[in-house]
Write a new protein. Structure first.
Length: 545
């Protein structure tokens, strides 16, 4: 089945009399000291609610003429007009607007009390005029994340229009432009297999009114990140009647080879012969046999070797310990870790990042059949550790364990990171948008968390408590127990189990990202459905190595 994924064409240029023009605006507020504006910072608004003192070019701070958000004069309250009746939010765009447009927009902003908060939208129709619609979009404090929110918001606001132009202020930084472009591209993503595509958004062309020579590299960077994220989203969104381990491995290989990423795919026979007992055990109940995909990006001169592991359960019924229907219907997303890791590795190659990356992607169906693995079975993993199966629905850790053991024994990684939609307990502890981070190295934990914050993919570091370690070792017939306790510390137990297969590697991290891999509704740059969570975080992290 061929996928039809609607995408936007995004370009840089001045545009010609656009029908729909998005104009960035920034909040104004009460402030009594405007003397702090200096080189590299932004100016604050004067007491009459004016645009304020100019910040230097490239400012990412609060609004001066350089394009970040300003604060109102001393007589104005937050989000309201200054003492001389200034607008609730200041217009930042410095591209020439049609005569009278800026004053009309400023009056409208004051009338509706536009807050200027990042991603906030007000639409001003102008029948018979050009532009026919003005979209005032807030950019908040002007951070990269604020511009990303603005980009996502204008795409949604203009969804019924075929084309959109986004005005930007002079002095925008590369990071701000990239944030805007990422927001546009990520929010413009759509996945559909419907024969009737008449309900699709009309928007297919977006122009950012900025100099192509100046901002071309920033746009190219944003596009590479968005394309990698879209790749992961496509794979996760694909229904599991198509997405067998063989299908998924083939799609990964096809995408990887376009960017000179080396690919090795082990089939079921090779997995059995080489001792990947965990992957074999989970996958042997399905008529669609398991695979292990190994990707290698090896740029010349790379000093650091980062190994990434991604859980790739292409459908999870829970096995013999079968899930209830409510917990099963979205299990096509249970390969979200593998999707993110594969897409990030391919993205690193597309961006020519100077770091050696190996990705290990164990792929299997966890189904119910007469051949499925059973509670009470003992599985021998790669490297020889044995696990008693207490719960067949704790299968993700069984396949990831094999990959981790292989990584530390054969690949000599400097850094080892795994991503997995591992537990429902992650959502209970941290909610729908924040992943659980476990790590044996403080610097690695801080670097991953910082990358996640910058990417808009937050994670929270969780403990690896010593008092639960003995429970992982509670089997009387094997080295480990895959699910020794029920109803407590579920995400923690998964992490502790996986740590047993890292052979004490000093720089390992596990990210449990079960809930963030899927969004129940469109919000910000996230569509309804697969989010591609982890791709942007990994790319930012890899860029620092």
């Amino acid at each position: 089945m061929e996928l039809r994924v609607a995408s936007l064409t995004l370009r840089l240029g001045t545009g010609t009399r656009p029908a729909v023009l998005a104009v960035p605006v920034a909040p104004t507020g009460d402030d009594t000291d405007d003397s702090a504006a200096g080189p590299g910072s932004a100016g604050k608004a004067g007491s009459a609610g004016s645009a304020g003192k100019a910040g230097s070019a490239g400012s990412a701070g609060k609004a001066g003429s350089a394009g970040s958000a300003g604060k109102a004069g001393s007589a104005g309250s937050a989000g309201k007009a200054g003492s001389a009746g200034g607008a609730a939010a200041a217009v930042l765009a410095t591209v020439p607007l049609p005569a009278g447009t800026e004053s009309v927009l400023a009056a409208y902003l004051a009338d509706v009390e536009h807050s200027g908060a990042a991603g906030s939208i007000e639409v001003l129709p102008r029948p018979g005029e050009r532009p026919q619609r003005l979209i005032a979009v807030g950019v908040g404090d002007g951070t990269e994340a604020d511009w990303r929110a603005a980009g996502a918001a204008v795409v949604r606001a203009a969804a019924k229009q075929p084309a959109l132009t986004v005005a930007v202020p002079d002095g925008l930084t590369d990071a701000q432009l990239a944030g805007l472009a990422e927001g546009i591209l990520l929010a413009g993503y759509r996945f559909s297999l419907a024969a009737d595509d008449s309900g699709a958004p009309a928007l297919n062309r977006v122009t950012i009114a900025a100099d192509a020579a100046r901002y071309g590299p920033a746009l190219a960077h944003a596009q590479a990140v968005a394309e990698a994220t879209a790749l992961a989203r496509d794979w996760v969104n694909t229904p599991s009647n198509d997405k067998s381990p063989e299908w998924f491995a083939g799609r990964i290989a096809r995408a990887a080879e376009k960017h000179q990423v080396q690919v090795r795919i082990r089939d079921a026979a090779a997995l059995a012969a080489e001792g990947f007992g965990g992957v074999v055990a989970v996958g042997e109940g399905s008529p669609r046999p398991p695979r292990l995909v190994e990707l290698r990006w090896r740029p010349r001169g790379a000093q650091r070797h980062v190994v990434l592991v991604g859980k790739g359960i292409t459908y999870d019924t829970g096995g013999i310990d079968i899930k209830p229907i409510g917990a099963m219907e979205l299990m096509r997303k249970d390969m979200g870790g593998a999707g993110a890791v594969a897409a990030a590795t391919i993205g690193a190659a597309a961006m020519r990042l100077p770091v050696r990356v190996t990705a290990l992607l164990p792929l299997a169906d966890n189904v119910v059949s007469g051949a499925a693995y059973r509670p009470g079975d003992v599985v021998r993993h790669y490297g020889g550790i044995t696990t008693e199966i207490q719960n067949t629905d704790a299968e993700g850790r069984i396949v990831v364990a094999d990959a981790l053991a292989y990584a530390v024994r054969r690949l000599a990684p400097d850094v080892l990171v795994d991503l997995a939609t591992l537990t429902g307990a992650q959502r209970v502890a941290l909610g729908k948008k924040t992943a659980a981070l476990y790590a044996t190295d403080d610097e690695l934990a801080a670097a991953l968390a910082a990358a996640g914050d910058d990417a808009g993919e937050p994670m929270w570091r969780m403990p690896l408590p010593a008092d639960y370690v003995e429970k992982v070792h509670s089997s009387t017939v094997a080295d480990l127990n895959n699910a020794p306790v029920q109803g407590e510390a579920g995400s923690v137990m998964g992490a502790l189990f996986l740590r047993e297969f890292t052979a004490g590697h000093p720089c390992w991290a596990h990210v449990d990202m079960s809930a963030p891999a899927w969004s129940a509704s469109a919000a910000g740059e996230l569509p309804k459905g697969a989010t591609g969570w982890g791709v942007r975080t990994l790319l930012r992290y890899l860029a620092t190595q």
